[in-house]
Ligand binder design. Structure first.
Ligand code: HXC
Length: 514
């Protein structure tokens, strides 16, 4: 009888805390077009799999009217569950409880579930919806953030860390997502900034809305802080599930392999690249023509669109694709494209994901803006990332491979395991026009018809150098292949590389360009 009573009392206690900030606050949350923290967790996880911990944790702040304030779960829900049957750790800040603000106990719930994730070697997903440091707690809140950042760093490269921004994420709070592997944002809901519009207006006199300052589109397209952009919370949840199904759940595992499938893309791979080398095309079509079921999950789709990165499967195994995108800026490498690719390469390397590089670019973008933006150190990140990576690395040169870009895009010289080229490949120190103008300058200037001579010399250069055969004659290209052979060659190269063992000199860690 007593146990029954205790069970009833427990249920009542749980029901109260599970209501978060109460009906009114929940109504406000829903009116803003947002799901509640609990509903978000339930939508992400397999039905019935969520197990919550620390439901009864309470804050210990006694100042600023906090002594009699009861905050359900101290404003954050933490627990474990499964996603597609695989265990994960998760936390979700509850904006209905004092704006999801972070006090010390709130932070300690988060660090506890992060420690659990790292120990158990399972992914950790954090849903951010918070007004930031709980102002009443002061230093306790700052300590809490610091402890989260420390764990983000410890877990980096060991378990996948995913941040979902489903509300405000302001002030120092933004640095936890920035330290994690993938950041998801949703239109009209996500807002991320170090200092909000009010502070900016006060200090600088500049007026800007929250959306224009740090909305979803801004971070997906301009800053690159967000890797995935969705129009609704449900679309975002589907994106997270797809990503988690593709990546290994720790650095001690490989991604789960699934049943192999043939590509289903309806365009012949031979017809994707236009006959005129100056014409653009969408390199994603080449990826669709290669991957199982023609599926490709693009990362950073809206940012630095001149390079495409993302995950697809070949013969059931997850592969990271890095591809120049001739559709934007001719696929040129610039500061942002280099940052985008370099981080992705390091992610793939940390988590045992082989990398396939598809190359078609005219080199690094020239110009004062790029030079002054630090294209030297940004561009160097790609060299570093490819050279450092020990996972299987395969390159296919589709068309242009000029200058520094030829080296940077996983060339033989940076340790590519397999270098393949289509017959359309042009591998040279620079484009034929530029090259002819420099090396045949005298002949062109002295000719009666300068244009005709220029054309003749450009053609000579193309025939001599702008092809794959000079590089192939030196062994820098292993095989010149027909486009239709590409998938078979990739599958074979990956099979051969299954037990790849590559050595690097022992060191505490490198010092990559930043
Ligand atoms: C305490 C907070 C809070 C906070 C919100 N609340 N943020 N309480 N500390 N940081 C409370 C509100 O007082 C309110 O309580 C409830 O949460 C809901 O907030 P509203 O303001 O009503 O919601 P909304 O209108 O949607 O505005 C959301 C908001 C705004 C834009 C996030 O609340 C806001 O500007 N908050 C302050 C943001 C901020 O400056 N944070 C500190 C950043 S400094 P009631 O009781 O009225 O319902 C920081 C340093 C960390 O984070 C450094 C780490 C390295």
């Amino acid at each position: 009888m007593t146990l029954k009573k205790n069970i009833l009392a427990l249920r009542q206690k749980k029901a109260i805390v599970e209501k978060g900030g109460g009906d009114k606050a929940i109504e406000k949350q829903v009116a803003m077009g947002k799901m509640t923290a609990r509903d978000r967790i339930l939508a992400l996880l397999d039905a019935g799999s969520f197990h919550e911990y620390d439901l009864f944790v309470e804050h210990e702040e006694r100042n600023f009217g906090m002594d009699d304030k009861v905050l359900a779960g101290d404003g954050v829900i933490t627990g474990t569950g499964t996603m597609n049957g695989n265990p994960i750790c998760i936390y979700a800040q509850d904006f209905t409880v004092m704006g999801g603000s972070l006090g010390l106990k709130h932070a300690r719930k988060i660090t506890k579930i992060m420690d659990h994730a790292l120990k158990m070697k399972v992914p950790c997903i954090g849903i951010n919806d918070s007004g930031g440091a709980r102002i009443q707690e002061g230093i306790g809140a700052l300590a809490g953030y610091g402890e989260i950042f420390y764990r983000n760093t410890m877990a980096s490269g060991v378990i996948p860390q995913i941040s979902v921004i489903l509300g405000p994420c302001a002030g120092g709070a933004v640095y936890s997502p920035a330290l994690t592997d993938f950041v998801f944002v949703v239109e009209n809901i996500s807002k991320m900034f170090i200092t909000g519009p009010n502070v900016i207006e006060t200090v600088l006199g500049e007026k800007i809305s929250q959306e224009d300052l740090g909305g979803a589109r801004v971070h997906a397209e301009i800053t690159g802080n967000a890797h995935f952009y969705a129009l609704s919370e449900m679309e975002c949840i589907e994106q997270i599930k797809e990503l988690v199904s593709l990546i290994p759940h720790s650095n001690q595992q490989k991604a789960k392999s699934v049943e192999p499938k043939e590509p289903t893309f309806n365009k012949n791979i031979e017809n994707i690249i236009p006959a005129d080398p100056k014409q653009p095309y969408d390199v994603r079509e080449v990826i669709y023509a290669l991957t199982d079921d023609s599926k490709f999950l693009e990362v950073h789709e809206l940012w630095a669109a001149n390079i495409v990165i993302g995950f697809g499967r070949l013969n059931g195994e997850t592969i990271g694709f890095v591809a120049n995108q001739p559709l934007y800026l001719a696929g040129v490498l610039d500061c942002d494209a280099s940052d985008k690719a370099a981080r992705f390469i390091r992610y793939c390397d940390a988590f045992n994901i082989p990398i396939v590089t598809l190359e078609d670019m005219p080199g690094y973008l020239p110009g004062v803006d790029q030079e002054h933006a630090g294209v030297i150190r940004h561009g160097a990140k790609m060299l570093y990332a490819y050279s450092e990576a020990t996972v299987p690395k395969i390159t296919v040169i589709l068309r242009k491979a000029y200058g520094g870009g030829y080296i940077a895009m996983n060339s033989r010289h940076l340790g590519a395991d397999f270098m393949l080229a289509w017959p359309s490949a042009e591998i040279a120190v620079m484009g034929p026009e530029g090259a002819a103008n420099i090396i045949f300058r005298k002949e062109i200037m002295e000719a009666e018809d300068e244009d005709a001579m220029r054309q003749q010399k450009v053609q000579e250069y193309i025939e001599k150098f702008a092809n794959p055969y000079v590089a192939a004659s030196k062994g820098y290209i292993d095989a010149v292949i027909e486009p239709l052979e590409t998938r078979d060659m990739l599958l074979h190269a990956l099979e051969v590389s299954k037990n790849k063992d590559d050595y690097r000199p022992a060191k505490k860690h490198g010092v990559p360009p930043f």
